[in-house]
Design a protein around this ligand. Sequence first.
Ligand code: NDP
Length: 296
Amino acid sequence: MVKLLSPDTPSVTLAATAREPAVTLPAIGQGSWHMGENRAPRRDEVHALQYGLDLGMTLIDTAEMYADGGAEKIVGEALRGRRDEAFVVSKVYPWNAGRQDAVAACERSLKRLGSDYLDLYLLHWPGNVPLEETLKAFEHLQAQGKIRRYGVSNFDIDDMHALHSLPGGNASAVNQVLYHLGSRGIEHSLLPWQRQHVLPTMAYCPLAQGGQELDHPEVRAIADTFGVTPAQVLLAWTIRPAPDGQRDVIAISKAVQPAHVEANAAALALRLDDASLARLDAAFPAPTRKPPLDIV
Ligand code: NDP
């Protein structure tokens, strides 16, 4: 059972399903893309995830794609003996999302993770396998207890309409999409639609993959005001509450360096005030027209 470090931790609740009670997750979780690719020592990647878990970032995002399964193995190693402390998200390739193939892909992911269940299984992006087939596979995996929830990733508004028109489509727990201060396209129509349907968003690349947003003078100035780093400003901005005050965005930042892990967990305590949010709005305006969904 995942726990919040404190009752004040910004959190997002995924609704109950027919089989599972609602679950409340810290609004900042951990990514794992590029782990298992030997860019950093394996030991450091495992320790980073464990350290993040210790600091309350209990949601860990991975995918069969990352390092061709290597990232799932790192996650599995990090969770050895403490699987129940984490909320593990993995993703299936679109071409593995058929009725039988998705079951086999999920079983391979579970084996690499050393676990007998996923907390959340996502279709990584829309593909050619009919969505109803993927939903049937997800429902089957759920009935078997191999996944607790399912959802989608990289779905734009039309894809969400298609999903919701199908049986089981509105049981999708999240849509995981690219979202950061420098890429606000989802705010035009996808995010409002998801809010209307009480569908939380998982924001990937919340740190713009270490991009230029971290060096922007306005971001730096706000970071200085709060005595934090630009990365922490980006994370606190990503998970800021919706206009109704509810939180429904979970940021999944990836970090291997211990100082980065610490900073990301500490960003859970940063509350940007209205004046800072207005300055960030001015520096990085929200879109006035619907752009194509941003992806990496
Ligand atoms: P992020 O925006 O999380 O950026 C990661 C980079 O930022 C790394 O270079 C990391 O360095 C650095 N970093 C981390 N914390 C800090 C900090 N506090 N200060 C400064 N730099 C920092 O990019 P990702 O592409 O990794 O996205 C996050 C996660 O989202 C992925 O790992 C993956 O799980 C998921 N994702 C999902 C996609 C999808 O299609 N569904 C697509 C892309 C990502 P270091 O590692 O050296 O600490």
